[in-house]
Each structure stands twice: as C-alpha cells, then as structure tokens.
Design a protein around this ligand. Structure first.
Ligand SMILES: [Fe+2]
Ligand SMILES: [Fe+2]
Length: 326
C-alpha cells in the first residue's frame, strides 16, 4: 500500500521519479538493439542503391493523394519533436538541471522519438512524390510557431495528454502501415509498423505514470483528467500551415485522415474509453465532491461525443496541398 502523500505535485513527482528508471527499462529499448532508419531505407553507399531507389519510387506510384497528405502531416508532426521535448522539460517535477529520473526518461523517450521523423523524412525524400521544400518549410513553421497542448506545466495534465497522443499516433501509423501493405508498398509498411510499435510502448509508459499518480493523489488526478477531456486533446498538427500562408490547413489534413479512415472522430472516442478502462475510473474510491463530479463528466463524455461524431459529414473534395508533386 502506497503512503498517502500531500497533494503537492512536486512531492508526488519526486516519489514516482525515484522508480522511473524501471519504467525506462521496461518501455524503452537499448540503443544497441533499436532499429534505425538506415536498416529500413536504401543507403547511397549501397551498390544496389539505384535499383533500390527505383523500387521505392515504383511502389510510391500507387499511393493516393489523401494518403500522401496524411503521410506528410504525420511526418511533420514527428519532426516537431523539439516542441514536445521543450514543453515536457518545463513540467513541474521534471527538472533538467537536477538530472533526476524524469529527465532521463524525457531524454531517452525523445531519442527514440527522434528516429520517427528521421525515417519518415528520408522516405519522403526518396519516394519522389513530395515537394521537399514545401514539406520542410511547413516543418519549420510548426516548430517555430510552437504549440499549446493546454496542460501548462502540470505533470498530471501533461501525462494525460501524452498518454492520449501516443495512442493516437499509434493508431494513425498502424493504419498507414496496413494501407501501404495493401498497396504492395512493403518498405513503407514496415517502417510505419515499427514507428507504431514504438508509439504503443510509449503510450504504456505514460499510462503507467498516470496510474501511479491515481494511486497516490486520486482526487487531483481525476480533476486533471477531466480538465483535459473537457478541453479536448488537440493534435500538434492543429497548427500546420504551408509556405507563405498564415491560415492553417489542419482541417484539410484531418478531412483526408477521416476519409481514409486513418484517424477518425470515433478513434478519439475509443481512446477516451480505453483510458477510462485503463485507469479504472468507474471504480475509483476516495474521491472528494469535486472529484466525483469530474468522474461523472468523464464517464458520460464518450457516449455524448459518439452522438455528435455520428452526425459529422466529411467533405469528399481532396484539398490541394503544396507538399505533393503533381
Ligand atoms: Fe513518434
Ligand atoms: Fe510518440
């Protein structure tokens, strides 16, 4: 039985942070055995490079316009990793100057994540269907513009966000992988499958952090979960824009993702339900009155959102993104 700590976030974080190393070992892989982009995509130093490049480009011919749009936006989202590492380094209890267990987690997690953008970026470069300057400029905008995830420096809210976000990216990369496979694109399929598996491992780690906080500071954790669900989890790609344009294009990308079935409003609701189950929200005991209200809100939310999601009509028209070569 874990001792009840005071409601101070810093104390709770300090307590959990003592054992964060175990979570690192369980949910992150050693560099020595981890996959790298160089094993998945042809190298210019390979004798077979020209033939391998032709295979990649031939396989990419079948990829649809919506599919390419989603792939580019997913890549940009991965490439904006500096934004996520920066905001997590500023979260209460994660102290980059003390070099505590949390900081080790954050650095190791970022290092694994960094491979995602590298691998996807390299695929886009090789596949021959992307206007790389346009894609690179959108990436630079997304990092420079920054992104507010709505969790400020609160570790409880941030770990709800990251739990959700890792699950969302797992779904998206997993579906892209299986669609690529159906199109006979085994190289892209393998790459996205490996990225998706990383996201699933990371989701488990963040969900474990939240479970541990629920054990120690149940009421405050419940309140934080409710705040994040009420605000809605916004994707970092919310702020995507194209070269020379002020107006964002998130809704165009989101429409493409929904048309393809890569990530839909129903997936959002399914993630919410899975987190409610994971954290055993229905059976939580020891909640205060405000915590009970927060639980009631969260428990009722998926059904409410499902009714709205059923009514959403997705436009058929494919938006013309600057990222994709004609
Ligand atoms: Fe990632
Ligand atoms: Fe991730």
């Amino acid at each position: 039985m874990i001792q009840q700590l005071s409601a101070s976030r810093s104390e709770v974080m300090l307590h959990i942070g003592k054992n964060v190393e175990e979570i690192n070992n369980e949910y992150l892989k050693p560099v020595e055995t981890n996959w790298q982009a160089s094993e998945l995509l042809p190298l210019t130093s390979d004798k077979t490079f020209i033939a391998d490049l032709k295979t990649i480009q031939d396989q990419a011919q079948n990829l649809s316009y919506d599919f390419l749009a989603v792939l580019v936006a997913d890549t940009i989202t991965e490439e904006a990793l500096p934004t996520y590492e920066t905001w997590l380094a500023g979260v209460q209890g994660i102290n980059q100057y003390e070099n505590n267990g949390w900081m080790k987690w954050l650095r190791s997690w970022s290092a694994e994540e960094n491979r995602h953008g590298d691998a996807l970026n390299r695929y886009l470069y090789l596949c021959g269907r992307i206007d790389m300057r346009q894609f690179e400029a959108s990436t630079q905008y997304l990092i420079a513009d920054g992104f507010d995830n709505g969790a400020a420096n609160d570790p409880y809210k941030n770990f709800v966000y990251t739990s959700f976000q890792e699950l969302a990216t797992n779904i998206s990369h997993r579906r892209v992988a299986s669609m690529a496979k159906q199109e006979g694109n085994n190289i892209l399929s393998k790459l996205c499958g490996l990225v998706a598996a990383d996201e699933a491992r990371h989701a488990k780690a963040y969900k474990t952090f939240v479970s541990k906080i629920f054990e120690i500071d149940t009421n405050e954790m419940m309140m934080a979960f409710e705040v994040m669900m009420r605000k809605k989890i916004l994707m970092p790609s919310q702020c995507l824009r194209q070269l020379g344009e002020e107006v964002g294009i998130f809704s165009n990308f989101s429409d493409a993702a929904q048309r393809l079935g890569v990530y839909t409003a129903h997936d959002y609701i399914d993630i919410m339900r899975s987190l409610i189950d994971e954290w055993k929200i229905e059976g939580l005991s020891g909640l205060k009155e405000n915590g009970e209200k927060a639980r009631d809100f969260v428990m009722a939310l998926p059904d409410r959102m499902a009714k709205i999601a059923d009514r959403i009509k997705i436009p058929d028209t494919e938006y013309k993104f600057n990222w994709i070569l004609a």
